[in-house]
Design a protein around this ligand. Sequence first.
Ligand SMILES: Nc1ncnc2c1ncn2[C@@H]1O[C@H](COP(=O)(O)OP(=O)(O)O)[C@@H](O)[C@H]1O
Ligand SMILES: [Mg+2]
Length: 726
Amino acid sequence: MAASIYSKGTKVWFEDKERGWISGEVLSTSVHPDESVDITFINERQREISLRTTLKDITNNARNLPPLCNAQEYEQVDDLTHLPHLNEPSILQVMLNRYSQQQLYTYSGIVLVAVNPFADVPIYGQDVIQTYAGRNRDELRPHLFTIAEEAYGAMQSDSQNQTIIVSGESGAGKTESAKYIMRYMASVKSGSIHDTATSTSVEHQVLATNPILEAFGNAKTSRNDNSSRFGKYIQILFDDQSSIVGARIRTYLLERSRISFQQRSERNYHIFYQLCEGVSSEERANFGLDADTTGYRYLSSSSIKIDNVDDATNFSATRQALSVVGIDEEKQLAIFRLLAGILHLGNIEVTHRRDAKDSIIDDKNDAALQKAMELLGIDPVEFAKCTTKKLIDARGEKFSSARTMDQAIGVRDGVAKFIYSSIFDWLVLRINESLSADEAVQREKSFIAVLDIYGFEHFQTNSFEQFCINYANEKLQQQFISHVFKLEQAEYAEEAIDWTTIEFSDNQPCINLIEGKLGIIALLDEESRLATGTDESLIDKLNSQLKTPEHKPVFKDHLHGNEAFLVAHYAGDVSYNIDGFLEKNRGTVPDEHKFLLTNSTNSFLREVAEVGFNVGVDPHLHTAPGSPTKLVSPKNHVAPGLKAVSGRKPTQASIFKSSLLTLMDALQKTEIHYIRCIKPNESKRPWGFDSPLVLAQLRACGVLETIRITSAGYPTRWTYEDFAAR
Ligand SMILES: Nc1ncnc2c1ncn2[C@@H]1O[C@H](COP(=O)(O)OP(=O)(O)O)[C@@H](O)[C@H]1O
Ligand SMILES: [Mg+2]
């Protein structure tokens, strides 16, 4: 009986270095009296393979046996969990078959898997939106719109808030998918959105947030020409008629290091190039801006042009979008003035004395210093002084000590990063003010949110940013696990259905390691607050305190134990290089510079800096999704001066951790839908499908594990009640 599973002619899969898996077929099977079995196969490459196994192994579907192929009729199924033989190669084959028929979307139980075509596909137009409106999943092909419609329908019928989590690695198509979903929401009700430039319908305003966030928060990276360098959670607010009344945005961890440095073939944030290319000649003269971006230190190390992207045209689009959300032209000019200030700031020359290490800035003749400070409204002499010298307060006695050249450059760049990220935070705050004003919040009955957040990252060198990103992914993975696995398991148990307990990876130990009481973040913060803390002292601390039996499975020994630490994440081991951890975590400017910024003669800079300094301090800047956001009120204003500002500063990791916990809390209260985006090839080739790459992503995002559990022991997910109700 068992042997018939591998009878002559049975189609099977073999692993293959090049293609991931290739097919094969049973040539002969012979069962021996001792219940051992000899099977001979021939694979696609005409190679014969012999294998000795046992009847018991065959019955148990042992791992050493080649997995079985499905019959041809299953080659393009809509839902992977419907496959009779649920194994990796079969899943991959279905994905490949569908993709080559230009079917980008496939269900895997409750998850929608989306494969990036890297080509224009005419499946997102108004006609398609109307086709999907009001229809359910079984009636039409899998699509982003089925998920959007499910969320919309569930919101209407259950009055429950909804979240669509879009995940995947960089370049997989998360942001594009999120935009299509937002567009669906904006137009499904009204039939069509007003497409005139002057329209300021609320739908139009909601959509206008995209070009703004992209101009200021996206950049060209080696993986994606339009890579989002921040995470976002955007809630679209609906009234009791299911019409859009507003939106609310939360953003996470804008990458700051990009402001002063980019890898080769990468760029700084789009807005800088848009500005340099797109400003009017009058503005150009005012800002002292050169159209040739290679003259700016913060831009010159990067490649300038992106194929098929016109920065000047995009600049007008950005300005228009800013106007749509209520940021008027005067404010826009104030923003651009600061951006130009940042570019000049980067060009300030920092040198050092010939006979000593002390840094020098020429406060009389450095043209970049003069221009930067003119734009920022700060006294150049003061700035030069504070940047080259450190003020030390030793038991009430103040004296100054010289910074080295590298330290002074670090401070200069730190100021630029701070101003930029504060502008970004200010923009988000402003957008929220106009899109979730009191009136909208009063009418709000429920929301549909889209979470577009960076997927798991594992590069050659990984730093603080990857650490935070992967921490977020651990949390999301845990949420996903508990949603899919634990609920399903409970369901089986409740129905007393006999099934083999499926093992799944519980990632709580890794989360404990990162966010626990004496975990990595706690130790990192402790070290960041010490004046004497360095990256070296941090790694020593991690190594001495985390090598405990509790953390052993997730905090592993490392070859480069004094330069990096290694965390065993659910999606793989990642080694984090300690360089820059402390500085990135501190993420702020010295107190003297804080004083200069908050006392600038440029009132807009003061406003922006106040937002920046209050992130993580002011509860209004850290509201849980669901509560209204306000600009910092005057009473929260910290009086400028060294005394007042020397309190406990929130670190970047702790800000991130608390916003992540708030997010997880908010997600918990919504009904969740999952979209997993897959990047099918590294070179962004239209319709290119690299099987091993796809397989790795299906594994990392939990799709394979979901399939395993969904199909375990029981043919379908329907409960008896569901079944009877049908
Ligand atoms: N549905 C799609 N159709 C066509 N091209 C797409 C689609 N999704 C993504 N792309 C292409 O892939 C690029 C990267 O997508 P993006 O959404 O920015 O990735 P992510 O946000 O996951 O990093 C886009 O700029 C676009 O060229
Ligand atoms: Mg993106």
